[in-house]
Design a binder for this molecule. Structure first.
Ligand code: KG4
Length: 338
């Protein structure tokens, strides 16, 4: 008998619902919230309200696009954390109510596991998936982690950022340049036409597999501050080269530790995930790095890099196979690691 999972994601500012049947994606609907743009960042209170407005139509659209009646669902998987508590409460409460109405189980999903497992979402039954063990570089607005994935329920963090995440480095530096939030995609676009060797910024010297991006951010800020003293049009004249040089430095920092982790673990497969894995330069660098060493690279479709319910549904699918269900007294969590 087929196993059909509805996934619900509401951890930050995207309301998403997806349906997966036997590991194959039938639908993935995402409603992004534009309400935060004028504030230069996500406003938690507004995010919760927007989730309340979006969740019923988004779930209905996901079922509709999948061509399913809700009675055909085997289980409902939802993001339990980490994320904004008010946002998580909307998805969690909705999942509980729907499951009680349908008399089907609920499965709680760690959002970070979802990012890691997004490579198991198949468009067709023949799509290839990573073989365990593999290494994931999880890079988003809130995390920068190197994770050894031994199984879908056995993950070890080998290194993590000790200050800013890679996405924060993109966003904060973009803000200094006067670019809108989130700045990552703007840097990506500008960098494509810039000279990546024009500017040099500080790179961290910390041991082990941990990351640090705060020194780079400060170095970027000071470069602009000093140059602006003698030339008020410095940023305007050098936008593309600043973006390209910043992106190159972030990529070098990411790949440097990834290389150490690959050597340390001896894995043959590398995957990336999280919002920053949408970056063209990052995607190319990982493909080149793996290509040069005979490693298999798993680079997610752009639709699965940012927050989406398809990854929640696939993570829920694996837990469903283990009958690893969630009780109705469980509550969301704002913070957790993998
Ligand atoms: O995983 P995600 O959607 O959610 C959070 O962790 O919040 O990641 C969002 C982050 C933001 O910092 C955003 O600037 C970054 O991903 N991002 C990018 C690109 N697309 C999104 N950074 C660089 N280049 C991109 N193309």
């Amino acid at each position: 008998m087929s196993i059909t999972i509805l996934g619900i994601e509401s951890s930050c500012d995207d309301t998403s619902a997806a349906v997966i049947r036997d590991g194959v994606l039938l639908s993935n609907v995402i409603a992004s919230q534009s309400v935060h743009e004028e504030y230069g960042g996500v406003v938690p209170e507004l995010a919760s309200r927007a989730h309340q407005q979006n969740i019923v139509p988004v779930v209905a659209a996901a079922l509709n696009r999948a061509g399913l009646d809700k009675k055909e669902l085997s289980a409902i998987a939802f993001t339990r954390g980490p994320g904004l508590l008010g946002s998580l409460l909307v998805g969690t409460s909705f999942a509980k109510g729907m499951s009680l109405g349908l008399r089907c189980p609920i499965v709680d999903v760690n959002h970070l596991h979802g990012h890691v497992l997004s490579h198991f979402i198949r468009r067709t039954p023949d799509d290839t998936m990573p073989e365990y063990p593999f290494l994931t570089l999880l890079i988003s607005g809130g995390n920068s982690q190197l994770i050894l994935v031994r199984n879908y329920n056995d993950m070890e963090i080998l290194g993590a950022t000790i200050d800013d995440a890679a996405g924060e480095a993109f966003d904060k530096c973009a803000k200094v340049m006067g670019l809108p939030y989130p700045g990552g995609p703007h840097i990506d676009r500008l960098a494509q036409e810039g000279d990546a060797s024009k500017f040099h910024f500080a790179r961290p010297r910390i041991p082990g597999l941990d990351y640090s991006f705060s020194g780079l951010k400060t170095s970027f800020l000071y470069t602009l501050r000093d140059a602006l003293k003698s030339d008020a049009g410095f940023v305007e004249k050098n936008r593309k080269d600043l973006a390209a040089s910043l992106q190159r430095t972030i990529i070098e920092i990411l790949v440097d530790k990834l290389d150490k982790a690959v050597k340390q673990t001896g894995v043959k497969t590398v995957a990336i995930g999280g919002g920053v894995s949408a970056n063209s330069g990052v995607r190319q660098a990982i493909a080149d790095y793996c290509g040069a060493r005979g490693l298999k690279a798993f680079i997610p479709e752009r639709a699965f890099t940012t927050d989406n319910a398809a990854m929640v549904a696939i993570a829920g699918y694996f837990k469903y196979l283990d009958k690893d269900f969630c009780g109705y007294d469980e509550v969301p969590y704002a913070r957790v690691t993998v």
